[in-house]
Design a protein around this ligand. Structure first.
Ligand code: TYM
Length: 329
């Protein structure tokens, strides 16, 4: 089985955007790949976090993965927390010493986030290298994410190739992104020029997987569309409506064309009501499961098993790399 790896930062409650780019892809692939699914809690501290809230968000994130249908009973599923395995940070240092200042300065997400806060941390800058370490430690071949992480996976690929060339060996597997054809970037409901995110200031912009039903309905009904009143997909000229069609497609399993055909001739109001019903139906099931497991031992049992398994693999890989570089005796 080829290895597939991904993680979702516990920097807040997960959104339907995270579902589309991250969790949904894991659900689609989990039976066919050896899957490494983890909580990148160290990535979350590239910006200031309240420790209590961070710890709560880590547990919540795991409960949400499981509630969505991640199956830890599959023998090929490994669920773990990044900071519980010290090799992620150790390998990250080695990779930092092989990454160039110039290439790191070209990372889109860093450029965007560092503009918002002039006191950004060094961690925000080196974040994509830690991400490369997450991936390369486990010889992951495929990395399913939304479009926003594509450049980071390319960096991981470049670092793997560079390292293999410099030390003349097949030390790292070169990873590839898997970006979904539909839903690679779910947009902000109030400003569809931006992606939907966990940390948006406007509460109407994002739908969280744990949002109550009435809140979901309100957010969908107030989502920005256009004044044409005709339902068809056109990302450029009808970004708001096209985003809602995309969300419908992800949660119904219908293609974009099928969604458009289903609502041919309908008004935006009816379409939005139907979309809100669809989302609520799915989210209620996720939330029921979430409530059943959030305080159960399933979470810790899965994380303990995941930590034990993945630490062994990471240790072996790290020892090889450490030797190649010439560290120690
Ligand atoms: P994060 O936590 O920002 O997002 C988690 C996943 O959700 C996807 N995503 C979206 N997809 C579609 N539409 C959106 N609006 C949207 N917003 C987020 C992201 O692309 C991602 O797949 N650096 C990563 C976490 C990470 C990681 C890794 C991922 C750390 N190490 C190794 C893969 C492999 C991040 O911040 O994702």
């Amino acid at each position: 089985m080829d290895r597939l790896l991904t993680g979702l930062q516990p920097s807040g409650t997960l959104t339907i955007g995270n579902y589309s780019g991250g969790i949904n892809q894991v659900l689609n692939y989990q039976k066919n790949y050896e899957t490494f699914l983890f909580v990148p809690d160290m990535h979350a501290t590239t910006v200031t976090q309240d420790p209590e809230a961070l710890r709560r968000n880590i547990r919540n994130a795991v409960a949400v993965y499981l509630a969505c249908g991640v199956d830890v009973n599959l023998p090929n599923m490994h669920l773990y927390i990044q900071s519980e395995n010290l090799y992620h940070a150790n390998l990250s240092w080695i990779l930092e010493c092989h990454a160039y200042f110039g290439e790191m300065s070209r990372m889109h997400q860093f450029k965007e986030k560092s503009k918002k806060n002039e006191n950004f941390t060094c961690g925000l800058y080196t974040y994509p290298i830690l991400m490369a370490s997450d991936i390369l430690l486990y010889d992951a071949k495929y990395v399913p994410t939304g479009i926003d992480q594509k450049q980071h996976v390319e960096l991981a690929r470049n670092l793997a190739l560079r390292f293999n060339n410099r030390y003349k060996g097949e030390y790292f597997v070169c990873p590839e992104s898997i970006i979904p054809k539909v839903g690679a970037s779910i947009k902000d409901l109030q400003n569809p020029a931006k992606k939907m995110s966990k940390s948006c200031e406007n509460p109407k912009s994002s739908i969280f997987l744990l949002d109550p039903e009435n809140v979901v309905r309100k957010k969908i009904m107030s989502a920005v569309t256009d004044s044409e009143g005709k339902i068809y997909y056109d990302e450029e000229n009808k970004a708001g409506l096209s985003n809602l069609i995309t969300i419908y497609s992800i949660f119904s399993g219908l293609s974009i064309e099928q969604v458009v055909a289903k609502f041919d001739g309908a008004g935006y109001g009816d379409f939005k009501k139907d979309l809100a019903n669809l989302l609520c139906e799915r989210l209620v099931v996720i939330q029921d499961k979430y409530n059943q497991i959030i305080n159960s031992s399933i979470i810790d049992d899965a994380l303990d098993a995941g930590r034990e398994f993945t630490t062994k693999i990471a240790k072996e890989k790290y020892e090889q790399i450490r030797k190649a570089v010439g560290y120690g005796r």
